[in-house]
Design a protein around this ligand. Structure first.
Ligand SMILES: Cc1ncc(COP(=O)(O)O)c(C=O)c1O
Length: 442
């Protein structure tokens, strides 16, 4: 539907309690999206807007991909829903096998979920249950990282490290947090910064404090996305891996943003050369068409549950969702992975990443820019705050951009960029032209 066919009078804005949104501001100043094609959105007021964040990091293959839409439609007519527990359907098995093909060696069993938040809580439950099944029930504590984002469920906010996401809710799990790696000496780094690998050694301090016999897992994003593309210092993830190995602590990578192309590789694990024990995916897995996520585990973790699960009619891992492996999500996932492979989407990112890097660092001298960070097709600008209002300037710049044909997201004191993998250089250049003007206007 194009914007011109739409009237705001058709919509009651009040009843829908919008997620993670300033409802009062939005409802005064609605920004309604009515269509999408390729790398553009169409708005209710009849405009075309460049998509600077692949939706919310999930539409790398571009919008309106017929291959995915048709696969979903076919599946809906053939098998709309099948019970997810104790019965199965072929597409879920096919999708799990297909996901495995894109994983680093050793990550070879796949649990399907519907979102990044579900993937996160599922991975934390797997980690805790694993140690119980290994007769080490005291290994329960979960270590996250400051500025980490692992979705909005209770597990995710407990290991998450963004204060605003935690303060209203209370956190109930036994957790602790590593320090973040956003160092002032690394400002304006291109890709991985040089300083700070030793921050991983803080895990030794947490082991000294809690004892490894009480720690189940460490969870980090390979690069922290939502807090503003905080790229790990060179060698940091290797050190984290080594300390986890030394103390028998599981390492979970939350690859909800980094997985399936964003880094220019299949996964962040491939990009950084570090393989976790468990990896979480969502977003790009179905190109955003149908909610879908996955938790991929090492074979021996899966096998531990099989070996300790009691009689074979018993459930080995009492966890799962009504819509785990939903037939339409699986159809979308299979079609999206087909496109991912056929159109070499990860390679496309790798080929254009340097151009993206040059463009985003071209904004370094613009007004209010305190830092620029990037990796693959992900980037962020930290902006100088208005006194006492750290989040206002990014909001103002993002709103200016929206009015001038560019969608970018703001989060805290940062602006986030993550264009679709298929975006060509002219559109990429246009993103930064508009953003540059927006910074000057702010
Ligand atoms: C790293 C990471 N984990 C988890 C999530 C939560 O995903 P969802 O919003 O699909 O629940 C996100 C969302 O941005 C994310 O970036």
């Amino acid at each position: 539907m194009s914007g011109s066919e739409f009237s705001l009078d058709d919509i009651d804005l009040d009843t829908f309690w919008m997620p993670y949104t300033g409802n009062r501001e939005f409802k005064r100043n609605p920004r309604l999206i009515t269509g999408a094609k390729g790398c553009h959105y169409h708005t209710a007021d009849g405009r075309t807007v460049l998509d600077g964040l692949s939706g919310m990091w999930c539409c790398g293959a571009g919008h309106g991909r017929k291959e995915i839409a048709e696969a979903v439609a076919r599946q809906a007519l053939e098998l709309d829903y099948a019970p997810a527990f104790q019965y199965g359907h072929p597409a879920a098995f096919k999708l799990a096998s297909r996901i495995k093909e894109f994983m680093p060696e050793g990550l070879d069993h796949v649990f399907l979920v519907n979102s990044g938040s579900e993937a996160c809580d599922t991975s934390l439950k797997i980690a805790r249950a694993y140690w119980r099944q290994k007769d080490q029930p005291s290994k329960t504590r979960l270590i996250g990282r400051a500025k980490g984002y692992h979705g909005v469920n209770f597990g995710g906010i407990s290991v998450g490290g963004i204060g605003m996401n935690r303060k209203l809710f209370g956190t109930t799990l036994e957790t602790d947090h590593l320090p973040h790696t956003l160092l002032p000496e690394n400002r304006f780094s291109r890709g991985m910064p040089d300083q700070g690998a030793e921050l991983a050694d803080e895990l030794e301090e947490l082991v000294a404090l809690h004892d490894a016999s009480n720690i189940a897992a460490v969870i980090v994003e390979p690069f922290a996305g939502s807090a503003g593309v905080i790229v790990p210092p060179k060698g940091y993830l290797q050190r984290l891996r080594a300390i986890c190995d030394k103390h028998d602590i599981l390492l979970i990578f939350d690859e909800v943003i980094t997985g399936f192309g964003r880094c220019g590789t299949n996964t962040g694990a491939h990009y950084f050369g570090v393989t976790p024990d468990i990896a979480n995916f969502a977003k790009q897995l179905s190109n955003g068409v149908i909610p879908l996520g996955a938790v991929v585990v090492r074979g021996d973790i899966y096998q531990t549950f099989m070996d300790t699960g009691g009689p074979d009619y018993m459930v080995e891992f009492p966890h799962g969702y009504t819509y785990s492996g939903h037939p339409m999500a699986c159809a979308a996932g299979l079609a999206a992975l087909e496109l991912f492979e056929k159109e070499r989407l990860a390679e496309q990112v790798a080929e254009k990443a340097e151009y993206f890097e040059d463009c985003i660092h071209g904004l370094s001298n613009h007004p209010h820019v305190l830092d620029v960070r990037n990796l693959g097709f992900a980037g962020a600008l930290t902006l100088e705050a208005h006194p006492g209002e750290p989040a206002r300037r990014p909001f103002e710049v993002a709103m200016w951009c929206w009015q001038h044909g560019l969608y970018v997201r703001y989060s805290g004191d940062t602006l986030l960029l993550g264009p679709p993998f298929v975006m060509g250089k002219p559109d990429l250049a246009e993103i930064f032209n508009i953003l540059g003007d927006g910074l000057r206007a702010a």
